[in-house]
Design a protein around this ligand. Structure first.
Ligand code: ZN
Ligand code: ZN
Length: 170
């Protein structure tokens, strides 16, 4: 078991369900929680806790409306609002690389997507993310030789939010 706070062993991820959530939520999250445990065990990623948010109507209704996922990599903790693979791998890559949207993060994120998604799923996903994050676009070009054009300026907003402190936008 974990002997020191902050240094969880690979594969010993603690899943924390929202206390407001009905028991059926566990079932809904199962594919994602299984994936998270598998990824951390296989890649030796020291992820401590995963907080799963409950959004009854599928939207963010909280007053402090937050993005689909967040990472506090210094605390080895991630927060997920949506039960999809992409968000989980995105946030795990923050913890793994101890960084925000850095080139190192982008490489780790793409590696995880490549390893844990089906090919068609991987292609569809990276296209979407490349248009959202310049750092992913650059890593795709560098590592895979894939060129995807810039379709948004979303990364500038994300950087400003990171500088403002605290958690990072998904
Ligand atoms: Zn949430
Ligand atoms: Zn992120």
């Amino acid at each position: 078991m974990d002997t020191k706070r902050g240094t969880p062993r690979p594969g010993t991820v603690r899943i924390v369900y929202d206390p407001e959530a009905p028991s059926s939520e566990k079932q809904r999250w199962r594919p994602v929680t299984s994936l998270i445990r598998k990824v951390c065990a296989e890649q030796g990623i020291r992820l401590g806790r995963v907080h799963l948010h409950y959004h009854p109507d599928g939207v963010h209704t909280l007053p402090d409306s937050h993005p689909h996922g967040e990472a506090e990599y210094w605390g080895k903790t991630i927060f997920l609002c949506t039960a999809d693979k992409d968000t989980a791998l995105h946030e795990i890559a923050h913890v793994w690389t101890k960084s925000w949207h850095s080139p190192k993060w982008a490489e780790a994120y793409l590696y995880l997507c490549e390893q844990y998604m089906r090919h068609e799923e991987f292609i569809e996903n990276i296209k979407k993310n490349a248009s959202k994050y310049a750092v992913v676009r650059h890593a795709l070009k560098r590592i895979y030789g894939i060129v995807i054009k810039d379709e948004s300026k979303g990364t500038q907003r994300a950087s400003a939010q990171q500088r403002a402190g605290g958690r990072v936008r998904s």
